[in-house]
Design a protein around this ligand. Sequence first.
Ligand code: AMP
Length: 460
Amino acid sequence: MSVERKTLSNFESLGLSKAILRAVSAAGYDNPTPIQKAAIPALLKKRDIVGIAQTGTGKTAAFVLPLLDQIANTYERPAANTCDVLILAPTRELAAQIHENVRLYGKYVEMTSTIIVGGVKPGKQVRALSRGISVLVATPGRLEDLQSTGAISLHATKAVVLDEADQMMDMGFIPAIRRIMKSLPNKRQTILFSATMPKQIRSLANDFLHRPEEISVTPASKPVDRIKQSVIAVAKADKRQKLVEVLNGQEFERAIVFSRTKHGANKIARHLENAGITADAIHGNKSQNQRERTLSGFKSGEISVLVATDIAARGIDIGGVSHVINFDLPNVPEAYVHRIGRTARAGASGVAISFCDVEERDLLRDIEKLIGRAFDVEGEFAGEAAMAETKQRANGPRRNGNRAKPAGQARRNSKPKGKANNSRNERRSDSSQGNEGGQRNQPKRRRNRRRPSKGAPKAA
Ligand code: AMP
């Protein structure tokens, strides 16, 4: 068919060799994604690259394909305890996934690959390294351990990839990355991919990349358009019940629910199970085996809802995730983009629903600023009416005999006690509640429609 011919020539035009094109075709890819179109030719020319790319854009193939291509063209068996290409990833899951891709794309290439990550005994990894490895995928901690024992030396490494650099930063890996980079030869190709470009990552790139080509396919702060996003106001105590309602009311294939805490993730999974929805939690307190079991259950459809924390879930590529639900809003707005990027992978569409309780409104505002859109929040913030009422009672003339105070003064003096009145909420109340000043005023209903503040959206 003419479409197929055109398709193949699309990947061919990037300059990839036959063995790689065969693997691409076997993987069922028709056209290169934008990041692949931009990165592959540059990497084949041995340029360094800083790529700002969202998850689900095909960025793994964007660096793996050209690196394998170079190996295919110049294959020489690597010396014992060395590797030609090093790919660093923040989590074991992401490393495993990248390694799967390396094997998939390298099917027809003469090369060796292995993965070294923590959480398992090192014996097998040490044995694999002793044979010399073409492509090594690693997490920083275990790599450094094995460097220190001499099981791996990077003195002959020709190319290094730092994938999900901003997550490595979030996980505190930057000092380790800097040490690892210093143990590599000066003459090498360096590739850095990150979903966002905070200062620390920028300076990492400045220090370790040589005149890199910058590739930014879509602004990292923008979720892909195919995701239908919505926000529901839910009181904290009602969230689990609401989750069951939402899931029962949706036609969903597979859903990932994000929880801020590990303990919370366990509780949510148990609640769903009790409500008859198959679910399991994945987070840092689970063993590697447990995590793998859960992931494969989720992939096979045995488990329909995966409840995850950010760190455990980021970078995991599971096809057919139709829904992402933010049970808690993330503390860091960029995490919102990553989370919802779990759905709508590789051209599919998806649904992202976020629960927001009264105390999370500042987090929501941060997300709105980042992505440059305002949400029409469904429902009302339950705690808000109660908060306003408490405030009113605390200031009202009937309680303390005072007259109603002028608006600003009443607000300044009306500090209802309790958790809900943290400084964030107070700030928000002040700006949203105009001229209340005592018992004459009813608690105001929140206007749910809001706008991102000026200056947004923030560039990545
Ligand atoms: P990544 O952003 O690397 O995690 O890739 C996201 C998903 O896109 C993975 O499931 C890949 O298998 C898939 N993918 C990568 N490149 C292509 C392509 N050119 N066409 C279709 N799917 C692709």
